[in-house]
Design a protein around this ligand. Sequence first.
Ligand code: TZP
Ligand code: MG
Length: 196
Amino acid sequence: MRGIYAIVDPARVEPIAFTEAVLRGGIRLVQIRAKDGIDSTTLIALVGRVRAAGGIALLNDDVGLARLADGVHLGQEDAAGLDLTALRRGLPGKIIGLSCGTPAEARAVDPALIDYVGVGPVFATGSKPDAGRPIGINGVRAVVEASPVPCAAIGGIDSATIGRVRETAVPMAAVISALVCDDPERAARELVERWG
Ligand code: TZP
Ligand code: MG
């Protein structure tokens, strides 16, 4: 897992057209973040599109539907209410991601249970009102150093800020708003090219 990680919010975009556009733009990591839920037919269609492009499709929160995708991304509070050992056993071969905002949270990650860590918010974001205070570039570096698994930086990453994120050792940059525009394919291509 590396590169630009697109997060698809069906409340903000038409998910299939948007996902196809960002895939054409070169993105291969996709998370479906449907806070009001998503029907399994749409989910299967999205996962099919991502896989046809050689990508990986993850689902936010919904451990119940995660077996239909390539895995699941959890927040700290989601994970606290779960038996991660049982979840890992129930999702063989799938990817499990966990959000971490501090080095302590990252240090507590068991690499046998968690495949990658989402680190942020790096910068201010309007996409997650409860995201907490931005940790900045130095915060990303600290979490990356503490994490036993690869990290994805997230929060306020766009074409103007991505260069500073790239200078850290973080292997992935996750974006929502920077792709929500008239031409998501072009926005995706620009981020992919800037990432290098
Ligand atoms: N977790 C931390 S910040 C964030 C999430 C889901 C939102 C990132 O969205 P954007 O629009 O790329 O700032
Ligand atoms: Mg969550």
